[in-house]
Write a protein that binds this ligand. Structure first.
Ligand code: NDP
Length: 242
């Protein structure tokens, strides 16, 4: 896989799966932009250390204008855009009685609307070979735990958007795919957190994923080798949904 001369934008790229993805794409030769909400973390230094160009943009994915502006800043600074990874996600869970319209709106603004807005902003810049990759969740297809009504619904919404956009953008040579991570050891879901053993028990392999294992799947879908893969859902969940 060779991303030399290509530019990737990863939303929510300062920590966790997004950071691993940004660094992996840079290792493979891409220049990368990330967005973040509070802190850019150490990704800028790590990407620079790989000899690639990098830009970090503060842009809360709940703010549609900020998301669109981040796409424009990526192109302004790095000159082009080839790969969009919609990774930033809001994880609001709890009993349905305790979830309200505010939680619904926040979840869908960050997890669904931002992806839509980013694609719209990216499209004028994505040429033949362009790539759009969403980060869904294993719970989009199998919601085994109580409290996931909003989160699972938002991730399931990405399935429909991915398929429809794949149909629409296929004739332009742009692929659109969705990676469904399973439990992945990040700040949002630490492998030593409460309930982690229960989660592990639902997997076939008996462990959490490392962020790099999700990043590897994203990199494949972003690559030229994956040019005939579109509208697909790739579960990287250790067999959680098997
Ligand atoms: P982390 O909490 O480890 O990292 C989240 C990253 O996204 C950080 O860079 C954070 O920036 C950024 N971010 C969070 N909210 C926003 C926002 N509103 N706008 C912009 N950036 C934001 O999360 P994960 O890596 O675990 O999750 C990444 C994606 O993977 C999410 O979509 C999540 O739903 C999905 N996922 C994760 C799983 C897991 O087990 N970890 C399982 C299935 C799916 P900052 O550092 O500034 O806060």
């Amino acid at each position: 896989m060779d991303f030399d001369g290509k530019v990737a934008l990863v939303t929510g790229g300062s920590r966790g799966i997004g950071a691993a993805t940004a660094v992996r794409l840079a290792e493979l030769g891409a220049d990368v932009a990330i967005t973040y909400r509070t802190s850019p973390g150490d990704v800028v230094d790590r990407v620079k250390g790989l000899g690639r160009r990098v830009v970090a943009v503060r842009a809360d994915s709940g703010d549609a204008e900020a998301v669109a502006a981040a796409v424009e800043e990526t192109v302004a600074v790095l000159g082009r855009l080839d790969v969009l990874v919609n990774n930033a996600g809001e994880f609001i869970v709890g009993p349905v009685e305790e979830l309200g319209v505010a939680e619904f709106d926040r979840t869908f603004d960050v997890n669904v609307r931002a992806a839509f807005v980013a694609v719209k902003a990216a499209l004028p810049h994505l040429g033949d070979g362009g790539r759009v990759i969403g980060i869904g969740s294993n719970v989009a297809g199998r919601a085994v735990f109580p409290g996931f009504s909003l989160y699972a619904a938002s991730k399931a919404a990405l399935v429909g958007m991915t398929k429809a956009l794949a149909r629409e953008l296929g004739p332009r040579g742009i692929t659109v795919n969705l990676v469904h991570p399973g439990a992945t050891d990040t700040d949002a879901n630490p492998a030593d957190g409460a309930g982690a053993d229960v989660v592990r028990g639902f997997t076939a392999v008996g462990r959490y994923a490392e962020p790099s294992e999700i990043a590897a799947a994203v990199a494949f879908l972003a690559s030229d080798e994956a040019r005939y893969v579109t509208g697909a859902q790739l579960h990287v969940d250790g067999g959680f949904t098997a």
